[in-house]
Design a protein around this ligand. Structure first.
Ligand code: HEC
Length: 375
């Protein structure tokens, strides 16, 4: 089993390093406006008619479009990853299900020009030191939490493949507060099959709340780091196998690092400290490595394979190791609705711990309605 885990890890490492050797995408296209120009000059010449010189967007009556144009001085726009903006400028609005009045500049501007003008869009946010850039928002793994502050709702379902039949569901609601803080509410909803094999017990497990702050976000080095704490309340009915009956405080920290060619490494460690009763503390460290491929010349649907390696150690007991190969895919055109599937494979204590199949459904509600921006 250890060998399977190691080969999976190596597979992902190899695909990450192979991608690192690919030529710089995308290819240079036509250059209708020759000469060396700054991002600001390109913006004035090609974009300002609609987006306005100050980046706030030309008022609707003047453009004649039905859609309001994004105000780039609103720093929440910083959460958009540059490749998404590159795609919109290169291919036009419809590539992300945005308005068709946003023209495609793939013929008129070189890749270099588009990068410059996208960099220029970033300068409209007056507090850009405070607002982490969306390029540091790496794909979400099942267990290794992200350091980037998010606005999303995630429903994760896990099913054990052996032993007692149980389906675990976890609803996580994440809400960004200002530039760098995030509030999180976690609601576990469990289903346990009863001994008679007929009926299922269901109920809410231990509710949890977490606060975190992204204290480091460096676009130049591709590094993002956060720290915070979670509080788990014993709201579940222990007699029915829901929850663990303790209040737990869990300080944690996470770190993410961009690697060449859309690859990344993420790490998340913490300690679970029960503050009542005599339950044991537990330390954990979770790591994830992955890469992203996009279809349609790099502008379309995004696929992110990743592998997590999980370590946990209840104080005074043996370490538990798991490996979690998984794949995330974007469903909506705007890429604000995502699906992921994976398997958690225990490497230790395999008599009592069984593999679990995992699925999550993620909706970045800040970007748009659940049913908007699909085509
Ligand atoms: C003819 C008007 C027009 C021109 C010219 C134009 N845009 Fe746009 N742009 C739009 C419209 C309309 C939208 C989409 C608004 C929507 O659907 O939310 C848009 C959307 C965008 C977005 C996506 C913003 C988001 O919601 O994340 C980016 C990035 C962008 N434009 C950049 C540029 C750049 C850079 C240029 C110049 C090279 C440019 N635009 C030129 C009209 C224009």
């Amino acid at each position: 089993m250890m060998r399977l885990a190691v080969s999976l890890y190596i597979c992902v490492l190899v695909s990450v390093s192979l991608r690192a050797q690919q030529p710089v995408a995308p290819p240079q296209s036509g250059n209708a406006l020759p000469g060396v120009r700054t991002g600001a000059q390109i913006f004035e010449a090609a974009c300002a008619t609609c987006h306005a010189r100050d980046g706030r967007g030309t008022p609707q009556p003047a453009t004649g479009f039905d859609v309001p144009i994004r105000d780039f001085t609103d720093c929440t726009a910083s959460a958009e990853p540059s490749p998404d903006w590159f795609a919109v400028v290169h291919e036009g609005g419809p590539v992300r299900a945005l308005d068709r009045h946003m023209p495609a500049f793939g013929e008129a501007l070189t890749a270099d020009d588009i990068e410059k003008v996208v960099d220029h869009l970033r300068t409209f946010c007056a507090e850009r030191e405070a607002w982490p850039i969306g390029d540091l928002n790496f794909p979400r793994a099942f267990f290794t939490e992200k350091a980037f502050p998010e606005n999303e709702t995630v429903l994760t379902t896990s099913v054990s493949t052996k032993g007692d039949k149980a389906i675990g569901n976890e609803l996580v609601y994440e809400h960004r507060l200002g530039a760098r803080n995030q509030l999180e509410v976690i609601v576990p909803i469990d289903f346990q099959q009863q001994a008679n094999g007929q009926s299922w017990l269901k109920g809410i497990g231990d509710l949890a709340f977490a606060l975190r702050r992204t204290f480091l976000a460096s676009a130049s080095s591709g590094t993002v780091a956060a720290a915070g704490a979670e509080m788990i309340l014993p709201t579940g009915n222990v007699d029915r196998g829901l929850g663990n009956g303790h209040t737990v405080i869990e300080p944690f920290a996470m770190w993410g690092q961009a690697l060449p060619r859309d690859s990344y490494f993420q790490m998340h460690g913490g300690i679970e400290i029960p503050i009542d009763g005599d339950a044991t503390k537990e330390a954990y460290l979770r790591t994830a490595i992955g890469t992203t491929f996009a279809q349609d010349r790099g502008f379309g649907r995004a696929w992110s394979p990743q592998v997590e390696v999980l370590w946990a150690r209840p104080f005074g007991e043996q370490s538990e190791w798991d490996v979690v190969p998984q794949l995330q895919v974007s469903l909506s055109k705007l890429q604000h609705v995502l699906l992921a599937g994976g398997v958690r494979v225990p490497l230790t204590q395999r008599e009592e711990r069984h593999p679990q199949v995992l699925v999550y459904f993620l909706w970045d509600w800040f970007d748009g309605g659940l049913f908007s921006f699909w085509k």
